[in-house]
Write a protein that binds this ligand. Structure first.
Ligand SMILES: Cc1ncc(COP(=O)(O)O)c(C=O)c1O
Length: 281
């Protein structure tokens, strides 16, 4: 674990070379740090992403992505099943001249009716918070690319082991590491994964100027979290299966919300790994 805040240059020439971008080196942990980089490289592999940045919290990753990609007078389309504070943050941007519409969606195509000429971002979760509803990622990304709209998706509930939205054309993937990735209830953190061009747009304001960088201690603990993630998920899925079987036999339970039960099978099969084997798909 490298806890260094400011790194030492070898000599004056090294300082000049680094500052004129002729050579790369760690200079200050707000921008980059060896322990953060190890964590970010692991996430890049797991999410199939070109660029990753780690953050102090999931909310820091969310706000960095949005502020990096939106401008005054533009519009953000939000599916209403997202995490509440993300929704609150987007609505708050009204004071900076950013419009937003929060919509209820029964099926993926409903989203497209609400797109405006100035829509720049579609923000959603799949599976979503509370009811774990799933959307058709490829349908959203194909539509958005044609209209020059960025898609930002919070993939916290699936983890990078169960779903990789970038493989289906989504532009930015967010995780709150305070949940499954941390996994041991001793860290908070966030992660943002995207392609090279989109990261170029987000990095300066979203990462460097806002300054929501993850601490190296938390990155080190998040790396440990990744090591235990597969066994934790396996055990959790076994437990979920038992809980669902139990609830199904209770006449007081009207509906069970789980992607494999309350979402069309074809969507689950297309996007989710892991869950499917347990549910006999
Ligand atoms: C799905 C989801 N996304 C994002 C967040 C925000 O993450 P954090 O609490 O790490 O800022 C949360 C927090 O509960 C969440 O549940």
């Amino acid at each position: 674990m490298v806890l260094t805040s400011s790194f030492q240059f070898q000599d004056f020439q090294h300082y000049v070379d680094v500052n004129t971008n002729q050579t790369k080196a760690f200079t200050y942990t707000r921008g980059a740090n060896p322990t953060l980089e190890i964590f970010e490289q692991k996430i890049a592999k797991l999410e199939n992403g070109e660029c990753v940045k780690s953050f102090a919290l999931g909310m820091a990753a969310i706000s960095a992505a949005i502020l990096g990609l939106i401008e005054q007078s533009q519009h953000i389309l939000v599916v209403n099943t997202i995490y509440g504070s993300a929704s609150k943050f987007i609505r708050h941007l009204q004071c900076l001249g950013v419009e937003s519409t929060i919509i209820h969606v029964s099926e993926t195509a409903d989203i497209f009716q609400h797109v405006q000429d100035n829509t720049k971002i579609i923000y959603f979760e799949s599976p979503s918070s509370q009811k774990f509803e799933m959307l058709d990622l490829e349908m959203i990304s194909l539509f958005s690319k044609k209209k020059n709209i960025y898609t930002i998706m919070d993939n916290t509930w699936s983890t990078p082991l169960f779903q990789n939205p970038l493989c289906f054309g989504i532009d930015v993937v967010i995780h709150s590491c305070s949940k499954y990735i941390g996994g041991h209830s001793d860290i908070v953190g966030g992660i943002l994964v995207t392609n090279f061009d989109t990261m170029q747009k987000i990095e300066e304001l979203g990462c460097n100027l806002l300054g929501g960088t993850m601490s190296p201690v938390n990155a080190w603990l998040a790396i440990r979290g990744l090591r235990t993630l597969p066994v934790r998920l396996e055990k959790q899925e076994e437990s979920i299966k038992e809980i669902i079987d139990f609830l199904k036999n209770d006449s007081r339970i009207l509906k069970i919300y789980h992607p494999m039960i309350s979402t069309p099978k074809d969507i689950c099969q297309k996007y989710l790994r892991g869950y499917t084997s347990l549910f006999g798909f």
